[in-house]
Design a protein around this ligand. Structure first.
Ligand SMILES: Nc1ncnc2c1ncn2[C@@H]1O[C@H](COP(=O)(O)OP(=O)(O)OP(=O)(O)O)[C@@H](O)[C@H]1O
Length: 309
C-alpha cells in the first residue's frame, strides 16, 4: 500500500540491503515512516543509518530491496524538490560563498523564488549570519543552513541526518519546536541520531537499528513501558495491601520500592495517608532509555575497535 494523497507522503523501506564487498552495511531492513509524525532513526555509530538514508535518496545504489517516498523511488519522483528535502551532512557548503548565496544557487536550480530563501533564513534563525562566508560558520549554523536548504521546495518529507549535532541545548530546543511545527502541518519527518536520549523529547516514533538490522520499531511512548507510580514508604507490603483494596495492583521491587500500576499519584498518596503510612518518595515511573538503547544495540558500534565482542 502506498500513500499518494497531496497531503502526506509516506516513506516505505522494504528488505533494503547494501553490501560493500563482503561487508553488509544494511541488512534486509524494512520499516515505514508516516506523515504527521516525527520518526527517530536510531542506532550506534556505524549501524547503517547514513547508508540507508543515502539509498532512500538515490545517492547509493542498494544491493537489494526497495526504498520509496510517496510510492516512488527517489529517481522516479515527479516533483523531487516538492516531495523530499534532505540534509545529510552539514559540511558540504563552499567555504568562500555566503550561506545566503549558497541557497540562492539552489533556489535558481529548482526555480524557487529568491524571497523563499530569505523567508527560510528567518525561519531557521540565521538571517544575518547567512551573509557571512560559510567557511566561518559554526557547526550549529551549518546545521541551520542545511535545514533551510532542505526546506527550499516546501517538501512534504524531510530527511535529516544527525540534525542535533553541533547544536547547543538552546539550539536543540529550537529544533524540537521547529520540527514539531512542521510535523503538525502533516509533513513526514525522519531524523537520525546515535543517541536515543538526544531525540527522546522530539520524536513520536522510533526505528532502532544495529549492525544494519532492525531491532525495534514503534511508538516512542511504548519504549517508556507501562505507566506506573514509584512509591517509597516505611512498610511497602502494607501499602501494597491498602492499594489492592483500592483496586490498584503493585509490585514490590528488590530495593524496597513499590511500583503501583497507576498514573494517579494523588490516589497513591491518599491511600497511604488513610493507611497511616508515611510517603518517602512518590514519582511517575520512567524507563531508563539509555540502558534500554544500550541493551538493544549492545556492542554493535562497528566503527569502534573491539565492538563485536
Ligand atoms: N562506501 C563505503 N565503503 C565501505 N564501507 C562503508 C561505506 N560506507 C559506509 N560503510 C560502512 O558501513 C557501515 C555503516 O555506515 P553508516 O555511515 O551508514 O553508519 P551510521 O549508522 O550512519 O553511522 P554514523 O552514526 O557513524 O554516521 C560502517 O561500518 C561504515 O564503515
Amino acid at each position: 500500500m502506498t500513500t499518494t494523497s497531496a497531503e502526506g507522503a509516506r516513506i516505505e523501506i522494504r528488505g533494503l540491503t547494501k553490501h560493500f564487498g563482503h561487508f553488509v552495511a544494511v541488512d534486509d531492513l524494512s520499516f515505514d515512516v508516516e506523515p504527521g509524525r516525527i520518526t527517530g532513526f536510531l542506532g550506534p555509530n556505524g549501524a547503517g543509518k547514513t547508508t540507508t538514508l543515502r539509498m532512500l535518496l538515490g545517492l547509493v545504489h542498494q544491493s537489494s530491496g526497495t526504498a520509496t517516498i510517496d510510492g516512488h523511488r527517489y529517481v522516479d519522483l515527479p516533483d523531487p524538490l516538492g516531495t523530499v528535502g534532505a540534509a545529510l551532512e552539514a559540511t558540504n557548503f563552499h567555504p568562500g560563498r555566503s550561506g545566503r548565496d549558497h541557497l540562492l544557487v539552489l533556489a535558481d536550480a529548482g526555480s524557487v523564488p529568491h524571497r523563499r530563501v530569505d523567508e527560510l533564513l528567518e525561519l531557521t534563525g540565521i538571517p544575518a549570519a547567512a551573509r557571512k562566508r560559510a567557511g566561518e560558520y559554526s557547526m550549529g549554523m551549518r546545521q541551520r543552513l542545511g535545514l533551510a536548504a532542505a526546506l527550499l521546495g516546501d517538501p512534504r518529507v524531510l530527511v535529516l541526518d544527525e540534525p542535533s549535532n553541533g547544536l547547543d541545548p538552546e539550539g536543540i530546543r529550537w529544533l524540537r519546536g521547529f520540527l514539531r511545527h512542521l510535523s503538525s502541518q502533516g509533513k513526514t519527518i525522519l531524523i537520525s541520531s546515535h543517541l536515543l536520549q538526544e531525540v527522546e523529547q522530539t520524536v513520536d516514533e522510533v526505528v532502532i537499528i544495529a549492525n544494519g538490522r532492525l531491532v525495534r520499531a514503534g511508538a516512542m511512548a511504548e519504549l517508556h513501558g507501562a505507566p506506573g507510580a514509584v512509591v517509597r514508604t516505611s512498610d511497602p507490603a502494607r501499602l501494597a495491601g491498602a492499594l489492592r483494596v483500592a483496586d490498584v495492583t503493585s509490585t514490590l521491587e528488590a530495593d524496597g520500592t513499590l511500583v503501583a500500576d497507576t498514573t494517579d499519584l494523588r490516589l497513591v498518596g491518599d491511600v497511604a495517608l488513610r493507611a497511616g503510612l508515611p510517603i518517602h518518595g512518590l514519582e511517575p515511573r520512567r524507563a531508563d532509555l539509555e540502558a534500554l538503547f544500550f541493551e538493544l544495540t549492545e556492542g554493535t558500534n562497528r566503527n569502534e575497535e573491539g565492538a563485536n565482542r
